[in-house]
Design a protein around this ligand. Structure first.
Ligand SMILES: N[C@@H](CCC(=O)N[C@@H](CS)C(=O)NCC(=O)O)C(=O)O
Length: 203
């Protein structure tokens, strides 16, 4: 049985969508990051970077702890045999776009959020992260204008980018003062992913 350590937010949502997609049984344990529970020494044994989400998979042979959203998605994909090609170019492409979603898009948007919402903005910060967010959404728009999903078929590469884009595209358009125009391919893809039963179960 898998234990899912979580607190409501975009990163937990990414991991929970994959838990649902994988069909694995899991129970949920809340780590209240507003109360500092992520620093509890017991939790740090599971997630040494003191962040949620994390999972622990306790089987008859071994106990596996995984932190970092991207690593959780890969672990669940390999365990279930779903949403990650087993080898070759398709697997390499899926992993590249998974890391792009967690490490590029997923790392830039929270920075923009932080600096845009400061009571007193620091000159240059919103421009820096806003320009990068516009660039990344243009990369995603170009990619999705050529494929139904990020790597052709729906895969773990779609999940982090979907969660980040669903939450952020509108705000980035508003902050970008027209520099990010219409995104018809992203809009189509957002609707398609949102219709998946696993995504709807997570909400
Ligand atoms: N790179 C990590 C980021 C996870 C992350 O930023 N989690 C936030 C909540 S969304 C957190 O646990 N914050 C608590 C803290 O920083 O102490 C991942 O992808 O899993």
């Amino acid at each position: 049985m898998i234990t899912f350590f979580t607190y409501p937010g975009p990163n937990s949502r990414k991991a929970q969508i994959m838990l649902e997609e994988s069909g694995e049984a899991y129970r949920t344990q809340t780590i209240d990051i507003t109360k500092g529970e992520q620093f509890d020494p017991k939790y740090l044994e599971i997630s040494p970077n003191n962040k949620i989400p994390a999972i622990v998979d306790e089987g008859p042979q071994e106990k596996v702890a995984v932190f970092e959203t991207g690593a959780i998605l890969i672990y669940l994909a390999e365990k279930s045999g779903r949403l990650l090609p087993p080898s070759g170019a398709a697997r390499a492409d899926t992993l590249a776009w998974l890391f792009w979603g967690t490490g590029a898009l997923g790392a830039t948007l929270p920075q923009l959020h932080h600096y845009a919402d400061l009571a007193q903005r620091i000159p240059g910060t919103v421009e820096r992260f806003g320009t990068e967010a516009v660039r990344l959404f243009n990369v995603l728009e170009r990619r999705l204008s050529q494929r139904e999903f990020i790597c052709g078929e729906y895969s773990i590469a779609d999940i982090p980018s979907f969660c980040s884009t669903a939450g952020w595209l509108g705000r980035v358009k508003q902050l970008s003062d027209g520099k990010l125009g219409d995104t018809p391919s992203i809009d189509r893809w957002l609707k398609a992913v949102a219709q998946r039963p696993a995504v709807q179960r997570v909400g």
